[in-house]
Ligand binder design. Structure first.
Ligand code: ZN
Length: 320
């Protein structure tokens, strides 16, 4: 009896060991890529500029067979209070490329800044065009992404809003690879608008290594929290830096061993069923939320890569 018990203890201990480095390197990494603030988030405001950004992004996505979900702010479809058919046509281009669109509210307000009823009205106003476009493709509008990843300052508001989303047929699109790509995008736009070729190139050169360090960080947290590489969800924006450099980012991810999956596939990972009772003021990665809910020690989060100072300065952003 004693011997069997010891053997059992050893087997159990082995089963509980963290995945070995060898197994980690062999495990397939998977990521669903999402783009926010469609049609375009840039200081570029011309119809030609928006068309160019959209075409470049879609070319990289289709060439690499990446099943992206793009999240739309319908408020951006209007010019002088009138729906701009050219901007609507850009969204149709996404659907024609076989990609999916989701709701990111009409006017990109924070759930932490306005009353719930007003926020919900903004969600419904944000699906008027989307519902028509997706219906024309016999597709379903099924995903919602919170602006700023602000999901509610109290559990009560969060739960009320989540039941509203459920009633309207929406699934929340979480983000695990959270990052400050939007600051790089702003720096890139500012440098280009100032005709500073050197600074524009410097921002572009720093962009992919920064994103790779973010992936390394969240892969590490995934390993620490789940003992494996979960199916990740990346947040990017439909901006100029990605129009010009999304291809470089994709090449980095391929080199890192990533396969590109749909958001629906990513959400089948049991990690997304982890409890999350966080209600902080920030918009953070769902991995951080699950970890905070589990009450991990503070040093669990250490080593998160920072945005370089010169990028913050060019972007005119005080801090992340
Ligand atoms: Zn956004």
């Amino acid at each position: 009896m004693f011997k069997t018990g010891s053997l059992l203890a050893i087997i159990l201990a082995l089963a509980c060991l963290p995945t070995s480095a060898f197994a980690q390197s062999k495990q397939q990494k998977r990521v669903a890529i999402t783009f926010d603030d469609l049609p375009v988030a840039s200081t570029v405001q011309t119809a030609e500029g928006w068309a160019e950004i959209t075409t470049k992004l879609l070319t990289t996505m289709t060439r690499n067979k990446i099943p992206v979900v793009g999240f739309v702010n319908e408020g951006q479809l209007y010019r002088d209070n009138k729906l701009d058919p050219k901007r609507v046509a850009l969204l149709r281009q996404w659907l024609d490329a076989g990609l999916e669109l989701g709701n990111h509210t009409f006017s990109h307000k924070s759930l932490h800044a306005i009353p719930l009823a007003e926020y919900e009205a903004d969600v419904l106003r944000g699906e008027e065009v989307l519902r028509q476009l997706t219906a024309a493709k016999h597709a379903k509008l099924r995903y919602f992404r919170h602006p700023f990843l602000h999901t509610g300052r109290s559990l009560e508001v969060r739960q009320q809003f989540e039941s509203f989303l459920h009633t309207h047929g929406y699934t929340i699109a979480p983000v695990t690879i959270d990052n400050s790509e939007w600051i790089f995008a702003r720096a890139y736009d500012n440098a280009r608008d100032a005709n500073d070729v050197t600074a524009t190139a410097q921002v572009a050169e720093a962009y992919v290594p920064y994103m790779e360090s973010k992936f390394a960080h969240f892969e590490n947290l995934s390993e620490k929290l789940f003992g494996r590489q979960i199916k990740q969800v990346l947040l990017l924006h439909a901006n100029s830096i990605n129009a010009d450099h999304f291809g470089d980012l994709v090449a980095m991810l391929k080199r890192r061993g990533y396969k590109f999956i749909t958001l629906a596939d990513a959400l089948t990972d049991s990690a997304y069923k982890s409890p999350d009772s966080t209600t902080g003021a920030w918009g953070i990665s769902w991995i951080d939320r699950w970890a905070l809910t589990r009450k991990v020690p503070d040093d669990f989060f250490k080593g998160e890569p920072a945005t370089p100072a010169f990028v913050l300065k060019l972007a005119k952003v005080e801090s992340e």
